[in-house]
Design a protein around this ligand. Structure first.
Ligand code: 5CU
Length: 392
C-alpha cells in the first residue's frame, strides 16, 4: 500500500449494482439491458442507455456490476481506493414511488458493497460510495430529504451522485431548496454528472458515433447545469455545499470570465448574486478527467483565481487576484481537483493490459507544468482523502 500521502483514489468510477442491472433487464424500453445472439452466434448482453443510441446498444458485462471486477481493475492500475457511484441514468426514468423505493434499496446495497469489501488499514476501506436520490418529477420533498438522511446514516456513503434534471425543471428549481439544505447539513458531497447532453440537432447528419454527445454534449450539459445553479444563488444560500463536477467542469472554467461579464451587464441577475461569478468556481471541486496536462493546468488556473477572489472578498480587492503570480493560482487550484477514471466506460478496444483512458489521465496529472510533486500527489489522492474525510 502507498504511504497515506501517496494514495491513488478514483472518485469517478461507476457501477450498475446487481439490483439495478436486474431492473434494467426487466425493461422493454430504454434504458435497458437485453440479450441478443452476436454475429458470431454467441448469446451476449447489450446495454442501451442513451437516447438515439443505435438499437444494438453496446456490450456490457461483469465489469459493470461485479465488485471483484472493480477491484481487479483497481489493482491493475494501482488504485488504492475508489469512491463508486451508480452510472447514469440513475432513477431519472421512474415514477416517484418506484424511484423512492429503489433509491433506498440501492443505497443499502452500495453500503454493503463498500463495507464488506477489502480494507487498506483498519480505518480505511478500499471502497466508498455516492448514494442516489429519487430525483424525478412528482418526487415529494419528504422522499428526497428522507433519502438524504438515509445516506447520511450509511458510513461508507460520502455523497450523492446527481444528474442535471432535478424534478424535471433542472437544478435551479426552487423546489430543491430543502434538498440542498439537507445535503449541506449532512455534509455530503454532490457529484454532478451528465446524461442527456444537449440538443442532438447540434450534431448534424454525419455518422460520428458517440463522439459528439460524449466529448461535447456531456460536458456542455454539466456547464449549463452548474451555471444555472450559480445564477440561482444556491452557493450564496448554502455556502458549505460541496459540489464535485464531472469531466473537469466542462467548459465552465473557460467561460467563467465571459459569464462574469454577462452578469455585470445584467442588473437583474447581478443584483441576485453576492459575488463575482468567478468566485463560485473556487467553491467547486473538479474531477481531473480531462485527458491532457494543458487542460488540467488551465482548469487549476481558473479555480486558483477563483480562490483568490474568495480570499480577497470584494471585487476591488479581487483585482489583486487577477495580477497574482500565475504559478500561485495554478498551485492553489490543484487543491480542488481529483483523479478519476470513468470506469467501466471507455474500455480498451484492443487487448492491451492497462486502460488507455486511465493511463492518459495519470500522465496528464504527472505532466502539469507548475504543479509540484506534492500537488500532483494531492490530485491523485490527497484531495479526495480530505474532501471525503476518508480513513478518519
Ligand atoms: O459512454 C457513455 O455513454 C458514458 C456514460 O453513459 N456515462 C459515463 O459516465 N461515461 C460514459
Amino acid at each position: 500500500m502507498s504511504p497515506a500521502s501517496r494514495l491513488l483514489v478514483d472518485i469517478h468510477t461507476h457501477v450498475y449494482l446487481p439490483r439495478y442491472a436486474a431492473f434494467l433487464r426487466s425493461r422493454a424500453a430504454v434504458p435497458r439491458i437485453f440479450t441478443r445472439t452476436s454475429p458470431e452466434g454467441r448469446q451476449e448482453e447489450r446495454l442501451l442507455i442513451l437516447d438515439d443510441e443505435p438499437s444494438s446498444g453496446r456490450p456490457i458485462g461483469a465489469q459493470y456490476w461485479d465488485r471483484d471486477e472493480k477491484l481487479k481493475f483497481m489493482d491493475l492500475h494501482g488504485i488504492d481506493v475508489s469512491v463508486v457511484s451508480s452510472a447514469n441514468p440513475w432513477l431519472d426514468f421512474l415514477p416517484a414511488p418506484t424511484a423512492h423505493k429503489l433509491a433506498g434499496e440501492l443505497n443499502d446495497d452500495l453500503e454493503t458493497y463498500c463495507s464488506t469489501g477489502p480494507a487498506l488499514t483498519p480505518s480505511l476501506k478500499r471502497l466508498y460510495g455516492f448514494g442516489l436520490l429519487p430525483l424525478v418529477p412528482e418526487a415529494s420533498t419528504e422522499s428526497l430529504v428522507s433519502t438524504v438522511e438515509q445516506i447520511a446514516t450509511l458510513p461508507h456513503l460520502k455523497g450523492v451522485i446527481m444528474g442535471t434534471r432535478g424534478l424535471g425543471k433542472g437544478l435551479d428549481d426552487d423546489a430543491l431548496e430543502p434538498v440542498w439544505a439537507a445535503i449541506e447539513k449532512a455534509g455530503l458531497v454532490v457529484f454532478l454528472h451528465p446524461h442527456y447532453g444537449v440538443d442532438k440537432h447540434a450534431w448534424g447528419e454525419k455518422e460520428n458515433g458517440h463522439v459528439l454527445p460524449l466529448a461535447l454534449g456531456f460536458p456542455f450539459e454539466t456547464t449549463i447545469a452548474t451555471t444555472r445553479l450559480i445564477l440561482s444563488g444556491v452557493f450564496d444560500r448554502y455556502p458549505n455545499l460541496r459540489l464535485l463536477l464531472a469531466h473537469s467542469g466542462g467548459a465552465l472554467p473557460q467561460l467563467s470570465s465571459r459569464l462574469a461579464s454577462c452578469i455585470d451587464h445584467d442588473p437583474l441577475v447581478a443584483s441576485r448574486l453576492a459575488h463575482d461569478a468567478r468566485y463560485y468556481l473556487g467553491k467547486l471541486y473538479f474531477d481531473a478527467v480531462a485527458y491532457g496536462s494543458e487542460e488540467l493546468g488551465f482548469v487549476s488556473d481558473a479555480i486558483g483565481r477563483a480562490d483568490l477572489y474568495a480570499r480577497a472578498g470584494t471585487s476591488a480587492a479581487a483585482s489583486g487576484a487577477k495580477g497574482a503570480d500565475g504559478g500561485e493560482k495554478r498551485r492553489v487550484g490543484s487543491g480542488r481537483m481529483l483523479f478519476g477514471t470513468d470506469h467501466p466506460f471507455f474500455p480498451p478496444l484492443g487487448a492491451q493490459e492497462k486502460w488507455k483512458s486511465v493511463v492518459e489521465n495519470l500522465e496528464a496529472i504527472d505532466g502539469v507544468w507548475g504543479w509540484t510533486e506534492a500537488e500532483k500527489d494531492a490530485v491523485r489522492g490527497g484531495n479526495a482523502i480530505s474532501l471525503f474525510s476518508l480513513g478518519s
